[in-house]
Design a protein around this ligand. Structure first.
Ligand code: ADP
Length: 353
């Protein structure tokens, strides 16, 4: 909400009724009143930071044209404009505006609301639903084909066993996918810092390693936690275990057999970094920015082979962000990767796990 900032140049006492200014200031959006020559005589404080008004002029030619049209016709107009977020990059702010003639003194009122955030949330939801539908179609389609194959081969027990085994693995893929979708949406909807628990970092690392034991043993990969410490953070214990578990599971899945995965912690400036380092295939530089996106895989065939859902890193990113932290990545192809979850420290409890 803006507070009143009358434009110094034109402001004539009594030109605008106080009640109108107070109403505009109490609205959620921003507003500007234009006098003759489209000179602003009043605007709320946020209008400049939105980039609509600069150097006392309306910046968008589209909006100016609408204002002139409203002056000519006396009719209200509603529209949308896009204004660049900054001097570089492709980011744009999207605004909805409403332009109204004010009967008095040739004035025109422009009301502006920022639609970018609402639009972004809407787009993200729409993309997520589209992605989920696409991801679900693959195992469901496979199950349907395999069940037909089972029916067609009912007199051949060997084929039935083969198809039924594949049905089992597709059903498992479906279950894992649904489970991960639920995990991600829970993390997205939660606020682990609202009623946080004190969580010991060495405890969550220990739990995460234990959960990965079967896959690490089956691939002959040793998972070592180097030098446990006594850092405590605030948040949701299960979410933190899940995030570290996802990183260790990936480190195992994207490494050759009989290699090492090391987990360590570093403390600096009240921030703890939990590092998960592997000697695996690494991630090409040009893919490193995208792997945290939902369902993005560098090599979809390999991810499918390891039973990946494409949601693991997205969950890690959200868990870190919800805990006031971040996730960073160092990786070189054929050398290995190190993922780091960085979290604000609550306390260092010496001598207690
Ligand atoms: P997935 O279920 O496919 O593993 P993730 O979201 O966990 O999905 O990871 C996304 C992609 O990032 C993976 O498909 C893989 O290409 C890449 N990736 C993740 N972790 C590693 C790693 N430790 N080493 C190499 N590539 C990795």
């Amino acid at each position: 909400m803006g507070f009143l900032r009358r434009d110094t140049e034109v402001s004539e006492p009594g030109l605008l009724p106080q009640i109108l200014l107070e109403t505009l200031a109490s609205l959620d959006g921003e507003s500007v009143i234009l006098g003759p020559g489209e000179v602003p005589i009043f605007s709320t404080s946020g209008i400049e930071s939105l980039g609509i008004l600069r150097e006392n002029r309306i910046q968008s030619p589209e909006l100016l044209a609408t204002v002139r049209f409203v002056r000519r016709t006396g009719s209200q107009q509603i529209g949308q404009i896009e204004i660049p977020r900054g001097p570089i990059g492709e980011g744009k702010h999207q605004f909805t505006f409403r332009v109204l003639p004010l009967v008095k003194d040739d004035l025109v009122l422009v009301l502006v609301s920022d639609e970018s955030e609402a639009q972004r949330a809407h787009d993200a939801r729409r993309d997520f639903v589209a992605n989920i539908s696409h991801e679900l179609k693959t195992p469901i389609g496979a199950l349907s084909l395999l069940s037909e194959a089972v029916l067609g081969a009912k007199d051949d027990p060997e084929s039935v066993t083969k198809f039924a085994t594949r049905m089992q693995s597709e059903a498992k893929r479906l279950t894992d996918l649904v489970q991960e979708i639920i995990h991600l949406s829970r993390v997205q909807d939660s606020d682990p810092l609202q009623l946080p628990e004190e969580v010991s970092i060495s405890y969550v690392i220990g739990e995460a390693i234990e959960q990965c034991q079967i896959s690490s043993e089956s691939r002959g990969i040793s998972v070592k936690y180097l030098e446990p410490n006594h850092v405590v953070v605030l948040g949701d214990r299960d979410q933190l275990i899940m995030a570290i578990h996802n990183l260790i599971e990936n480190a195992i899945n994207y490494s050759p057999e009989n290699t090492k995965v090391s987990i360590s912690t570093e403390i600096e400036n009240q921030v703890v970094s939990i590092l998960v380092a592997d000697q695996g295939i690494g991630i090409p530089k040009n893919e490193q920015g995208r792997i945290f996106e939902r369902f993005y895989r560098v090599d979809p065939a390999r991810s499918r082979q390891t039973g990946g859902t494409g949601l693991g890193l997205s969950i890690v990113k959200h868990v870190a962000a919800k805990h006031g932290g971040e996730v960073t990545l160092w990786s070189v192809e054929s050398v290995g990767s190190t993922f780091s979850i960085r979290l604000p420290i609550h306390s260092l409890t010496v001598g207690r796990e």
